[in-house]
Design a protein around this ligand. Structure first.
Ligand code: SF4
Ligand code: SF4
Length: 103
């Protein structure tokens, strides 16, 4: 039993920490679908959602000072949008980054 515990401990020590989640800017085509399906923010149409995505990307890169206010105010970081994105861009990571920028 003691040997097993030591082996588990050794295996745990040699494990790499999980990689930091990232938003894949190059994968995102700015379609806005992830935001359009969001039940917390509730955009009226996909154009509105697309514009907010555009604001979010530019703001996160420091290319614009215009804040994506609806994400900042109403996103609860549930992650459903990331499950929905067919390009696997991980939008929830972007939204978390933007919220963290405001702290
Ligand atoms: S994260 Fe995905 S669903 Fe959202 S705008 Fe980018 S490509 Fe579209
Ligand atoms: S993470 Fe935010 S934007 Fe994405 S579905 Fe959840 S509340 Fe909506």
């Amino acid at each position: 039993m003691k040997r097993l515990t030591e082996e588990i401990k050794k295996a745990q020590e040699s494990m790499e920490p999980p990689p930091e989640p990232i938003f894949y800017y190059e994968a995102c085509n700015g379609c806005g679908s992830c935001l359009f399906i969001c039940e917390s923010i509730k955009f009226d149409d996909v154009d509105e959602a697309r514009e907010e995505m555009d604001r979010a990307i530019k703001y996160s890169l420091g290319n614009s000072e215009e804040k994506p206010l609806r994400i900042l105010n109403d996103c609860v970081l549930c992650g459903i949008c990331s499950d929905y994105c067919s390009r696997l861009a991980e939008p929830v990571v972007l939204f978390k980054k933007i919220k963290d920028q405001e702290i």
